[in-house]
Design a protein. Structure first.
Length: 239
């Protein structure tokens, strides 16, 4: 921990010097740290200083709309996402009334705009969560499809997918992950264009199946499950 603390403090000092030289100031009151670790026993957090003040460490933090918890289970993010999505479903309940409500295509467009867009955002990141956690979002998707199609509560879920031309959330996450992976491979300037997992980490993942695989491993598993060959790219440099 002492070695990690020194490396982190050096990185903080470099960032602080760059900000001072370019006219930026980091707000100490809005700065927090998260110690990502799966250890269950007690362990101290590193002590880092910013402008002479100690950085507070928290159990979870929100960054670019995604909540990261210290064990990277993404359970807090999924719970918050479900709560927001359920509140947004009230609009669909009003618009899907039989007397004066909108037609199915219009309600589906509204659902994709105000609810499904929330579920899709950041799914390449929180998609690494356990299936039991990700399944908490399925009821939101199913309720919305029933509201849009006017189907009964007892209607099979698969028939809703066909009727509304909407795949399951798991398939949607896999599709968006593949899209993002292909974007990375087609851009030579992307930091992860030539990313390769270190051999000892590959051996560690094979030895411990409880470990959640990294993004690139998950993408390769998706391609394998669907029996898709890895395409060949002609990458271009993008700014």
């Amino acid at each position: 921990m002492n070695f990690i603390q020194r490396r982190l403090q050096t990185a903080v000092n470099i960032i602080t010097e760059w900000c001072n030289g370019n006219g930026f100031t980091i707000s100490t009151s809005k700065t927090a740290g998260v110690h990502f670790c799966r250890k269950r026993d007690l362990h101290n957090d590193p002590e880092l200083n910013l402008y002479g003040e100690i950085i507070t460490f928290v159990n979870e933090i929100r960054f670019l709309g995604v909540t990261f918890d210290k064990k990277l289970t993404f359970l807090p993010h999924v719970k918050q996402l479900r709560k927001k999505s359920e509140s947004a479903l009230n609009i669909l309940k009003v618009l899907s009334t039989k007397i004066w409500g909108a037609d199915r295509d219009s309600v589906l467009k509204i659902y994709r705009a105000i609810v499904l867009s929330k579920l899709d955002y950041g799914c390449t990141i929180y998609g690494s969560a356990r299936k039991s956690i990700l399944q908490k979002l399925n009821p939101v998707h199913h309720i919305a499809l029933r509201l849009c199609s006017g189907a009964f509560r007892t209607s099979p879920v698969k028939s809703l997918y066909v009727e509304c031309y909407e795949p399951a959330l798991e398939l949607k996450r896999q599709m968006l992950s593949l899209h993002y992976y292909f974007r990375i491979q087609s851009n030579t300037n992307h930091p992860f264009h030539d990313f390769k997992l270190r051999p000892f980490l590959l051996r560690l993942q094979d030895a411990r199946k409880s470990f959640i695989p990294v993004f690139f491993t998950r993408v390769h598993d998706i391609l394998t499950d669907f029996k898709l060959a890895l395409p060949k790219f002609n990458p271009t440099a993008e700014n």
